[in-house]
Every structure is written in C-alpha cells, then in structure tokens.
Ligand binder design. Sequence first.
Ligand code: GLA
Length: 417
Amino acid sequence: MPQRRRAVCNRKLCEVTLSKYRSVVMLCMFLVTFSWLSPRAFGQSASGVDAGLARTPPMGWNSWNHFGCNVNEQLIRDTADALVSTGMRDAGYQFLVIDDCWHGERDAHGDIQPDGKRFPSGIKALADYVHGKGLKFGIYSDAGAKTCAGRPGSRGYEFQDAAQYAAWGVDYLKYDWCNTGTQNAQASYATMREALNHTGRPIVFSLCEWGTAKPWLWAGEGIGNLWRTTGDITDKWDGKHGYSLGVMTIVDQNEPLYSYAGPGHWNDPDMLEVGNGGMTADEYRAHFSLWAMMAAPLIAGNDVAHMSAETRSILMNKEVVAIDQDRMGHAGRRVRREGDLEVWSRDLADGSRAVLLLNRGTAPASIRFSLAEVGYPDTLTVRARDLWAGRELGPVHGSFNSSPVASHGVTLLLLRP
Ligand code: GLA
C-alpha cells in the first residue's frame, strides 16, 4: 500500500498536499495562540468569574431582609410563583436566593444537608421547581466555621460544599464572613472561587464581607462577581442602628467606589428594602433610584407574594431598571452636593445620561444643574424625560431647574442628545 500511495504522488500533487498541510498547521497554531491571548487581551481570565456571568448587575430576590431566619420550602415555592405572576421575573429579577438558616447538619460523609423540617423535599427538588419557573437558584454559606445565624459554615469544606451546590443546581452563592477569626479574606474567597470553578458549573459568586478588607481592590480580579461594600442595610432612611445602616449612610460609603464597578464585577451596597414598610414611597423611590445610579445589584428583599401596587410600581419601573442594567456598566456618581441637595450623573451606553436630583432635606426644594456638570457640552440641546412621572419634559439647553423635589425624594431624569 505505501508503495502505491508513493506511486500516485507525483511532484505537483505532493507540493499541493504539502502546502495544504502547512496551512492547516498554521491555522491550528493561530487558533491556539488566539484562544490563549484573547481573554487576556480583553482583560479577562478564563475562570468561571468571567464566563459571561453578571455582565450587568445581578437582579433577583433574597429571603433575608423580610423573612430573616424564617425560611422553608413552601415560602421559596410561593415566592417563585409570585416572581412569575407579578411580572418580576420578566422585569429581570431572575435569581431566587435563600439566605441564612436553610442548613441542617453535615451527614456521615461531611456533605451539608438542609434542615429536614424546613426543607423536607430537599434542595435539589426545590432548585428544580425554581428552574421550572424560568428562574435561577441561589444559596448562602459562610467562609467561617459557622454562618452568622450559627449554622454550619464552609470553612474546610469549600470543595465539598461547592460540589454539593453544583449537584443541586445552584446558580448563585452568597458567601458571608461571620466566625472567620483570623482568616485572610482574599485567600478565603479565592478558595471558594476555585472550588466553584472546579465544579464546572457557572455560579455567580456574591462576596458578603461588608467591605472590611476592601474587596473592591482585589475581588474583581477573578474572585467575585459582586462584593458587599458596607455593613447590613436596615429599612430606614439614614443613620446607624446597631450593626445596621440606613440608606443614606450606605450611599455615602458606596458612592466613592464607583470606578471599581463594571461588567462581571459590581459594588454591592446590600439588598433592597423597598416594600418592607419602614420608609415612605418617596424614600423607597430614592433608594431604588440610587441603586440604579450606582449600578448596584437589584436584589429585592420584600414579601413578593403580598406586595402593594406601589411597591410593584417601584421595583418594576422598567426605565429605572434599564439604567441599572445599562450594558456599558459605568456606575454613576455624585457630581455636586450643596447641603441637603445633590446632583448625580451616570453615562449610558447609547450616549444618553441619567441624572438624579436628590433632596435629603425635610422640605421640598427645586434643584438646578448645568449640562456641563453632568458631562455634556454647554452648547448641546438635550431631550429630558422624567422617569418616575413617565413624561417628556422637552428640550434642555445650558441648564435645568427642576420642579420641587420632595423631601427625602428624587427626580430621576434621562437626558438624550
Ligand atoms: C450577615 C449578612 C446579611 C445576612 C445575615 C444572615 O449579617 O450581611 O446580609 O446574610 O448575615 O445571617
């Protein structure tokens, strides 16, 4: 046979075959080099963190702010149903996350098990139910020996827990920082990231370290998709309440970090309190608008199955959600503060700008800003739309003077050149 083949290979044919072979080898070399270089050229690593996850700030619901430790499988199923029937899922709220207190003990193999009384059907069945509703499923653990509510933490079990989560169908992990003693935050979170990557399942990784070790400086480099920047939120406008912080206090801590947010890695000023009853509708609109301006994750924390029409109208204002979810992912920032009155600006992918006028004071006040302050040339004329009123305000040239902004309220404008 080899002889026969040689016989049919005259010189011309051999040259053609050889040159085809060379082209194939060169193409292969090019593809290998390109696939190695391209993620680096775009500043990405090949890890799970950059596997296209959280390109816009994650949206969903989490049990903690409203239900605390009172979680069980019926609540999660009812919430999944409600996320669909209310339109929340279709508005973008896709992750349903069970926070602390779902855990039971570890079994004889060390595998973490749910609390059998609260979750008698098991977590896999629950995750299947949630997935069946077109939602994604999230769970909570802690980098220390125990969670904040004293349930088993993942310390020393990172790879085993990650494998268990992946087997259950978990899409999102919130990872807390209680009972961590002298553990190093960066190393502890990197270990769990590695464990999640090892499962091969894309899992959004939410760091809940409260900003103590400045995760914005290191977590975006292949560790986390979002990181808490502050202590826990509470359903109040301002101030410190024990370990918890009011909305304005959180905003003042999170705002200066705007440059660290971007596709795949977000500052997390904690979950939403909208609809939990401790603030007025104006205050909730301000809270929600500020989260949208800061490109914060929008994780609702209310009782979705029993929410009022007003709460719905805030959480599902599509134009405000669209600002939060802008694909460019540039977080907005405060461009002027004069006493209780503030002007914020966020630039959006299509060249428009979101401008937020915030009144922290106790009386209504009108707020004025110039186009130059929000990043446009003074000579430009832009169209303005009021996103809470849902109405066009007409052309703006040079500067804009608002109608009175409510006390503890906002006017949120979309400016389009
Ligand atoms: C910490 C977190 C909260 C919540 C509780 C649960 O306080 O910051 O968001 O997860 O633990 O115990």
